[in-house]
Design a protein. Structure first.
Length: 255
């Protein structure tokens, strides 16, 4: 069932989203050659503490995972697409990093992700990250009253496929509110004019995931969480929590 949020609830979700945005900004500023993923996780955790917020990621244990998630950020490096578990790995020059982060504040959840390059960038990685951001912007642009879920999916998929990137099947965005994952699902590829109609008060986490090699295949790493590209190519991930309103899409996790 899809819950339509009131304007007051959307404002409360915006407050949670600003914690998310602040944490991602802090992590991005701290990320440098030699910094470990665990250190980045601790920076994000401190933002939560300072805001009086909690993490919807820490301890999250869906049916597919062998263990609860042990951190407050997902840190995915290079060929890792999403759900990377922070470790003592220290960032190297040229690493492509995706950080996914959520916060719960006052009973409402925000969720967002960024991808960036540490040190000297490779042109191919710059293009990949920029395309992920363009795909996200296209999806948000289609998130208007009167459209359907398929219009968001089609907008994202068109940007990704035109750029000849792969899209991991079965993973995409989702509804969000009191819980991190709510109905409806938001695919990253689909047919326009299909799916659930978009209405004022729906709140969605829109999150394109791109595989640089152009194929769609992926597999789970031994930790049971991290998804990696089958072809070893790099991946990028971008996400915002977005409210559907009569005045147009409202980005709740704007940085």
């Amino acid at each position: 069932m899809v819950e339509l949020k009131t304007d007051t609830s959307i404002d409360a979700m915006y407050a949670a989203g600003q914690v998310v945005g602040s944490a991602l900004t802090a992590v991005r500023e701290a990320a440098d050659v030699g910094v470990s993923l665990l250190e980045l996780d601790e920076i994000a955790h401190q933002v939560l503490r300072d805001a009086g917020a909690t993490s919807p990621f820490l301890g999250y244990h869906p049916s597919f995972a062998p263990t609860p998630f042990p951190a407050v950020v997902c840190a995915s490096v290079n060929e890792a697409i999403v759900h990377g578990v922070p470790t003592g790995y220290r960032l190297r020059d040229g690493d492509l990093v995706s950080i996914d982060f959520g916060a719960e504040l006052g009973g409402w959840v925000g969720d967002s992700a960024i991808s960036f390059i540490v040190g000297r960038p490779r042109p191919a990685d710059v293009r990949l990250v920029e395309t992920a951001e363009r795909a996200l912007a296209a999806g948000i642009g289609a998130a208007v009253v009167g459209n359907r879920i398929g219009d968001i999916a089609h907008a994202i998929g068109t940007v990704c496929r035109t750029a000849r990137y792969g899209i991991p099947d079965g993973f995409g965005g989702h509804g969000i509110g009191r819980r991190m994952h709510e109905d409806p699902g938001v695919p990253n590829e689909g047919r326009p004019g299909r799916g659930l109609p978009l209405r004022h008060g729906m709140v969605l986490a829109i999150e394109p995931m791109l595989i640089g090699g152009g194929t769609d295949g992926y597999h789970a790493a031994p930790d049971g969480w991290t998804l990696r590209t089958n072809d070893g190519s790099r991946a990028a991930h971008a996400e915002h929590t977005v409210a559907i309103t009569n005045s147009g899409p409202r980005i709740l996790t704007a940085r």
